[in-house]
Design a protein around this ligand. Sequence first.
Ligand code: IMP
Length: 450
Amino acid sequence: MPGLVIVGAQWGDEGKGKVTDLLAERASMIVRFQGGNNAGHTIVRDGEQFKFHLIPSGILHPDKTCVIGNGVVLDPRVLWEEISGLRRRGVDVAGLRISANAHLIMPYHVLLDTAGEAKLGKLSIGTTRRGIGPCYADKASRLGIRVQDMLDEKILRKKIMAALEPKQQALRELSVRRRKLRRETPEEMPDGPDPRLDLHAMTEEYVSYGHRLEPYIADTARLCWEQLDADRTVIFEGAQATMLDLDHGTYPFVTSSNPVAGAACVGAGVGPGDIDEVWGVVKAYQTRVGSGPFPTELEDETGAMMVERGDEFGTTTGRQRRTGWLDLVALRYAARLNKMDALVITKLDVLAGIHPLRAAVRYRSSEGAVFEEFPYHQSILHSATAEYEELPGFDAELGDCRSEADLPPEARDYLRFVSDYVGVPIRMVSVGPDRDQVVWMGEKPALRAA
Ligand code: IMP
């Protein structure tokens, strides 16, 4: 199985980083294919914590090639901080490769993201404010600036000028707000125009990142083909998740890219025939950051317990995540949409001590209609309430379980119920943050040797 896609099956933060890190052992290349530094994954190695936003989770394996694909939007300042941070900790990043065609997040994208959210007020999406939406919008408008543009100062300057032109109105509004803030809090707001929007300074800064990142810039699609054609395993690592997909998620409360498995082809530059397996990563319960419908949301003690035991705070923004029961209606939808071959269940240990366990098996609309399938209509979803199957809980701490037989019978029943409902086998269960805290269900996958 040379081409394996790992996707999030819910609203993100399922623990894809750990799964990728584990499977990367038996792959030769790991490719990120969409999103940007709105993502965040934490990997714990021998008690040491690593947090990444852009660099693929495989980077801790020195002999692997880690690719930031063309479908990613990249803030070079963030990437440079990540590279420097890893180097300071003695991690070899020589295997990193960045697509010359990936789009760059510019300072004005970040400002416009924040301003857009402020304008929406109560209707805001709750973005990570990292400039993701405005950057993808520029890409679609053909006003984007790409990694390769950092290598040519003249082109870069021209492209920045062209990209700024249609944004003048929005940027003028920002500078009016800046002037107002300066009057209110002169000590916090320095005099003069926003230095982040100065064409000369911006060009200089990005050229300087271009120099620093040049050794890593490559034709990454070709690198993928070489591995795949030599029958070596390539892992395509998704960021965010299915329910945040721009086309298939809970629009408009979604991200601006396509985190579904199909997007791995576009975002990495490979064909559908290069994908052999799709694994969906699922938290044993449900979480969401930002606004948008969440039919199984819990705003009670059980939800608070999930936050506390699951440490449900965002890696990127530190925001507390909303929590709820596992939503099997949404999961079955995600399984079909991605045509998942396997499920990985994470954070099963967090459910210890919760009695009974519940999993949503249908929705009921405000008019009383029953939905066994995920409804496409936004207003139905927004008012839907979930109906549950109840299952017995378990009290045992699972952190030391290493085989299926170690799991309490109630935990095994819960897993079986999920797998049967969705119609996809569970291949791995994570029972704690450390990389050895996993239970393989059935055979370990026979990934081809790197
Ligand atoms: P954006 O991707 O920053 O534009 O944010 C759009 C929506 O996606 C917001 O609800 C964010 O909270 C959510 N989001 C973006 N990235 C992640 C992630 O990595 N995990 C969870 N939610 C995310």
